[in-house]
Design a protein around this ligand. Structure first.
Ligand code: SF4
Length: 414
């Protein structure tokens, strides 16, 4: 009998393989999977961005309707798809990330099936202690941006503390250029650590905030912290001497682009101590369209035809709109006494949409996707938003839903 019990120890291959992605936690309808990262400092070459990046998690519980990062999660889920069920580590739950592909549409799996890079800090420490190309580049001050594809202070961080551990490693280094992008006041938990980092390296926290309207924010970013909580976090970080910028990204045409509400937002973040503001209009790449357009149909159906005109032939809204927005915000920031645009003259935006680029090359254009996605669309190539179209829309569009804010085009106001 004793021999039989000892056998698996002698022949470990007889033991079931440990789960590759054990369930390490659950929170209401969200399930967390542990994953072992082989590298965490992503180079500009691998991401197509002009800076280094770190994402402690894969997937994001905040579920913003415009989020462009869902595709990265899809790739990760596919990579785990070995079909086998896995018995949960910390929770004992039996599941597999691959199953989630079956259970949930991919846009929702991004929000509800989240991977936790539990060894991220060890991997980063090894990288920074090595002699590789990455170390040289980041030591020369090339920016490292934390949170380009998921929020590093999403609810998972409260329990898993992966971001905190990464920051503890980064606090040991000197003369780095660090940027942290988040919507979460949980970042204030680490205010002492951030202050320590700021003494040795150049640190900017970029808080994302697109509206002060709490109800509107809830509709657009269903599980993200309230605007008031983000403003309080901004003030707290700023009072601690940490450089904080606010990203008004993205400005949603017809929804959050009212000049009076944008001006109020600029004043509020200036008063709360932000050093500067970055902004850009919504970009609708393929993966964002799949979530955003059905949401738009549900929440703001009267805007559908305008979006067709604005985004029917590409992922960017027109030059005229973007330039109008830029000029308006520049003026508004000047009046409010806050800088528009980073002192470095660059923004740290998320990854290029690999699927989007591929779709363009293969001819499955975002415009085609737009037409597929809605019965309201027309095949006519529509011009972009201009004053004339606004007039036309007023006469033909369905009356706005009672809860919708009036839609005012920036271009009409300047
Ligand atoms: S917080 Fe950022 S990463 Fe998370 S869902 Fe929103 S836009 Fe996407």
């Amino acid at each position: 009998m004793q021999q039989a019990l000892a056998l698996p120890a002698l022949l470990p291959e007889l033991l079931p393989a440990p789960p590759r992605h054990p369930v390490v936690g659950a929170q209401k309808d969200i399930r967390y999977y542990g994953t072992v990262a082989s590298g965490v400092l992503n180079s500009p070459e691998t991401t197509g961005m002009s800076f280094w990046s770190i994402n402690p998690y894969i997937g994001c519980a905040f579920g913003c309707t415009y989020c462009y990062a869902r595709y990265a999660h899809g790739f990760a889920m596919e990579r785990t798809g070995d079909g086998g069920r896995e018995t949960g580590g910390d929770t004992g739950e039996e599941s597999s990330p691959g199953d989630a592909l079956e259970e949930l549409p991919s846009w929702l799996a991004f929000e509800r099936r989240i991977f936790v890079k539990r060894n991220a800090a060890q991997v980063l420490r090894r990288t920074l202690q090595g002699r590789g190309k990455s170390l040289g580049a980041v030591q020369r001050g090339e920016p490292i941006v934390i949170g380009t594809a998921t929020d590093p202070y999403q609810p998972a961080e409260r329990h898993f503390r992966v971001t905190r551990e990464l920051l503890e490693v980064l606090a040991e280094a000197r003369r780095l250029r660090l940027v942290i992008i988040t919507k979460s006041p949980l970042i204030t938990r680490d205010v002492a650590l951030l202050s320590r980092i700021a003494q040795r390296s150049r640190l900017t926290v970029q808080l994302s905030l697109i509206t002060l309207d709490r109800d509107l924010a809830r509709r657009i970013e269903p599980r993200a912290p309230t605007p008031e909580a983000r403003l309080r976090a901004l003030r707290r970080l700023s009072d601690a001497g940490i450089d904080v910028a606010v990203n008004i990204m993205p400005v949603l045409p017809g929804i959050t682009d009212r000049p009076d509400t944008l001006a109020a937002l600029v004043r509020a973040v200036a008063d709360a101590g932000a050093s500067h503001i970055n902004a850009c209009a919504l970009r609708l790449r393929v993966t964002s369209r799949r979530r955003y357009l059905p949401w738009l149909d549900q929440e703001f159906p009267e805007l559908r035809s305008r979006y067709e005109r604005a985004y029917g032939s590409g992922y960017q809204i027109t030059d005229r709109y973007r330039e109008g927005l830029r000029q308006f915000l520049k003026r508004t920031c000047r009046t409010a006494g806050i800088r528009y645009g980073s002192p470095e003259g660059r923004t740290f935006e998320g990854p290029a949409d690999a699927q989007g680029s591929r779709a363009w090359k293969e001819g499955t254009m975002p415009g085609a996707l737009l037409r597929e996605a809605s019965p309201h669309t027309t095949s006519r190539a529509l011009p972009i938003m201009t004053g004339e179209e606004e007039t036309e829309d007023r006469s033909t569009a369905a009356p706005p839903a009672a809860a919708s804010p009036p839609s005012v085009q920036i271009n009409l106001e300047i």
